[in-house]
Design a protein. Structure first.
Length: 509
């Protein structure tokens, strides 16, 4: 163990150290450019197409792309790709139909800087009911989301370096906290840009090298690896059994979540101009298509290249360590690619920290508690919130044996069902009103909790049916918005005029 660490471990540690130092330097540099809350939360609406696209996708995919998806396919075969298909469709539709209208509306509706603030301004909610409910939903779900990312980081450091899980998790949290605390949105987006590029390169390079090492004979390698199931490569089968239609629909339903994810939507709001959004759409589509496809291929190739893994989610880590094992230079390069997994984890955790900070400091402190608070004070509260949220997330993730995957699934469903339908209808249906908006958020969020957590007859409805809560919750929320909006008073003329103004919006040259 000592000899192994003295050779591979030290070189890998140097690679990780270089990467971490670079991330912190970006935070220090961006701190000089962060003087207002708009800078801290939206980067002054100055993101380029490349940065917006890669930061959005990197913050979206997290360690799931490099660990969860390949591991699932490693075990169950290509029938597990339906989640990837749903996420790809959701990503494309989000960029094509939501990005430009949301950016326009947030500018027209009082230069909104957060999703709760947009909802409040969109429906002229003077009592800030929408803002309060939205902020609470975001804070609760993102606390768990952030905890899952920190736990993934702890497990990565533990697996690669043999560090104690708790020490490893705290190290990862400190690094993420450092650049998010200092540089805010710009630091998060610039680091996510680097991380998205690193993830992309690793996803392309490693499976190609593994394929070459296998001599191009994938089927032979799979057979040698103990895969006797003839349907392993059949998209309609998983683990040797026909994949149920309910499971396919549930996997595809993950795509509905995109239009309700605050950490992704905020990138749309921050893009420099609409021309850059068109560029971002193309870049994001290509990135996610290739990345998801490569992650699926890693799972398939890994089954033949490294058979018999006890923990299938480590397949990408094991492939990197096996491919880059010839000499010191190769081990160092492998360490850089291992940083891609760390990048996936960090790029999601930093965005979640920032969204929580915006919900607490901007939406709750500034808009509800102390409306006359100066900008500098709100900025201070924002940075304090980032720190506090990180500490709470560490406490939640402290147990190394706790499974966070189900909580991640529930958080995605909760945010998608609570906010997704409202985002869509607020942009495209002028009859949507304040009571409908409130009903939609409560219905969507509450249904996910009810479906996934409340047992009836000893088990939850999810356990009984196998249906993902987002698949039902999204449409229930949408129906609640439509029905309540039609049964209550139509929006004021000022709200309708603003809706018309957005449709006629023309960006200044």
């Amino acid at each position: 163990m000592v000899e192994s660490f003295s050779s591979r471990g030290i070189l890998t540690l140097i690679a990780f150290g270089c990467y971490i130092v670079m991330m912190i330097c970006i935070g220090v540099y961006q701190m000089k450019k962060t003087n207002t809350t708009e800078d801290y939360f939206l980067g002054g609406r100055g993101l380029s197409g490349w940065v917006a696209a890669l930061s959005a996708q990197a913050s979206d995919m997290s360690g799931w792309l490099l660990m969860g998806l390949p591991g699932s396919i490693y075990i169950g075969g290509t029938g597990r790709v339906w989640i990837a298909i749903g996420l790809f469709i959701g990503t494309v539709l989000n960029w094509v139909f939501i990005a430009k209208p949301l950016r326009r509306y947030t500018i027209v509706a009082g230069n909104s800087m957060t999703l709760p603030e947009f909802f409040s301004n969109r429906f002229h909610d003077r009592k800030k009911i929408l803002m309060t409910i939205s902020s609470i939903v975001i804070t609760v779900f993102f606390l768990v989301y952030t905890a899952s990312a920190l736990a993934s980081g702890g497990k990565l450091f533990n697996r690669v370096f043999g560090l104690d899980y708790h020490i490893a998790m705290v190290i990862g949290a400190v690094v993420i906290l450092a650049y998010t605390f200092m540089g805010g949105f710009l630091a998060v987006c610039k680091t996510d840009f680097v991380q998205g590029a690193l993830m992309f390169i690793g996803l392309l390079t490693v499976p190609i090298l593994a394929y070459m090492a296998m001599g191009g004979d994938v089927m032979g390698a799979l057979t040698a690896g103990g895969v006797a199931d003839p349907d392993y490569l059949n998209i309609l089968y998983a683990e040797g059994q026909p994949y149920p239609l309910t499971s396919i629909l549930s996997d595809l339903a993950w795509g509905f979540g995109y239009c309700g994810m605050p950490h992704i939507l905020v990138r749309f709001m921050a893009v420099k101009n609409e021309k850059e959004i068109k560029k971002s759409t193309v870049i994001a589509t290509v990135w996610v298509l290739i990345s998801l496809g490569a992650a699926c291929i890693i799972g398939i190739l890994g089954r033949g290249y490294i058979p018999g893994l006890e923990d299938a989610e480590n397949v990408f880590i094991e492939m990197i360590q096996k491919v880059f094992a010839d000499n010191g230079v190769m081990i160092f390069i492998g360490g850089i690619f291992l940083c891609g997994i760390l990048a996936a984890i960090m790029s999601t955790a930093d965005s979640q920290l920032l969204v929580c900070a915006s919900a607490v400091s901007k939406d709750i402190f500034k808009n509800l508690i102390k409306k006359d608070a100066p900008d500098k004070k709100v900025l201070i509260v924002s940075r304090i919130t980032v720190f506090v949220v990180a500490i709470i997330a560490i406490v939640i993730a402290w147990d190394p044996n706790s499974s966070v995957m189900n909580l991640v699934s529930d958080a995605w469903a909760g945010l998608g069902a609570a906010f997704g339908p409202l985002v869509v209808l607020s942009l495209f249906w002028k009859r949507t009103n304040l009571p409908g908006a409130i009903a939609g958020i409560i219905t969507g969020g509450a249904f996910v909790v009810f479906w996934d957590y409340i047992p009836f007859g000893g088990e939850t409805f999810y356990a009984k049916t196998g249906l993902y809560s987002l698949l039902i919750g999204f449409f229930l929320s949408m129906f609640a918005i439509i029905i309540v909006s039609l049964l209550t008073k139509a929006p004021d003329q000022s709200v309708l005029d603003e809706f018309k103004k957005v449709k006629e919006y023309r960006e200044e040259a």
